[in-house]
Design a protein around this ligand. Sequence first.
Ligand SMILES: Nc1ncnc2c1ncn2[C@@H]1O[C@H](COP(=O)(O)OP(=O)(O)OP(=O)(O)O)[C@@H](O)[C@H]1O
Ligand SMILES: [Mg+2]
Length: 468
Amino acid sequence: MKPASLSMRLGLTVSILGALLVVFLAIMAYFALTHELNALSRGSLEKKMEQVEHSLSLYPDTGDIRSKPHILLDQVMGHDNLTLTIYERNNLRTPLLKSGSGMADPRVERKAVRGASDQLAYSTSTDARGAKFITLSRLIRLKDGTRVPVLLSMDNAHDEALLSAYQRSTLIALPLLLIFIGLSAWAAVQRGLAPMREFRKVAAMVSTQDLDHRLSVVNMPHELSELAQGINVMLHRLDAGVQQLSQFSDDLAHELRTPINNLMGKAQVTLSRERTTEEYQNVLVSCTEELERVARIVSDMLFLAQASHPSALAPFESIALEEETLKVADLFSLSAQDKQIRLNVVGRARVSGDRLMIQRAISNLLSNALRHCPNGKTVTLLIDQGATQVSLLVSNPGDGIEAQHLPHLFDRFYRVDSSRSRSQGSTGLGLAIVRSIMSLHQGVAEVKSLPGAMTVFRLGFPVTDRPL
Ligand SMILES: Nc1ncnc2c1ncn2[C@@H]1O[C@H](COP(=O)(O)OP(=O)(O)OP(=O)(O)O)[C@@H](O)[C@H]1O
Ligand SMILES: [Mg+2]
């Protein structure tokens, strides 16, 4: 079965709740009305009984009531729905005085007369037509001290008519009201969910080739605009990721093409005719160098891919930066000696990080510095404990780097002099690796260069909380 739509579900829920509320209110109103009408009837009966009592107290005896009933009858004159009945205590069969049509049920009347006392007493009855009567009874003292039972009956036909009119109108209005509530709820939900169509439109357009679409959050309700913003951020990240991935595969194909072509060319030329063992050996040596370069590119690319997943990181530890720098400097000491370059490590500070990754970042900078430093000069590795950052500055004198290259230096496969770098076996991935290591450490990697004079690379680590 097809699941019910959201607007249908919400519409139905609101309708049912609205219906329950309206029915509850209608029933409450009915009971309140009944109670109020009853109280009004009783109030007017009691008031009238007081007047009758006052009049009767002026009658000397029962005979006077019979001879001059008009004073009492005047009391109920003009009240069509009121009946006054007075009995003698020794004759409860025929009333002494009776106005109006009388009570509905003679049995109820007789019971009320017999039971009449000094206290006010109420009884109710229904006549043959179904009309309801409410009767107030009491014993009232005449001037001579005789006590006579008095009944005051009120025909409640008006109240009954009012109540049944209320019931009828409620029964007619209620279904209409419920339909109105249901439709309004459905329309309100439809209106509220209208911006969802924008989501569907954008989702239908997005693909790996086309990730430019974004949701417009203008005029969107607050709850949906947060969702839309979240989706936009996700699309932005996916876009960046897909672009990075396609750039990555383009770069990789481009970088691997040259060494593979070289290898193929060398092999084909070598196989074109018979060669001496020495010639074969030379070709194999040069092929091995080329293959080493391919292997380095692949391992560097794998490292970069791994470094872009923070989960691959070992837990950070507190590291003495000068110790790691000295270790790396030690590894490069032989190649430095070859060029009579002095390695100078100055300063100390602690950072929090992954030891092997930090060593790799330092060694990438140091290998560059040594490659570009003229013979006989000094490469300085300066550690500086700043207020907000710990810096490691790797500086070397030399030709420096032209300003236009600086913004791209940390990009993958970017080399200032690509042909010379390739021939030297470099991959152009060293600084890209440095940058991703630093971003994993929430740090920065920067470069400043004075062409013809000096190049300085800076690694900036966040200051660690641990005591030195
Ligand atoms: N200290 C430096 N002085 C002058 N130029 C430099 C220095 N360090 C890096 N560069 C320039 O920046 C480019 C990019 O450096 P990067 O380390 O990323 O690649 P690479 O050194 O060419 O290759 P790899 O590090 O993989 O062997 C280099 O080709 C070089 O031209
Ligand atoms: Mg390098």
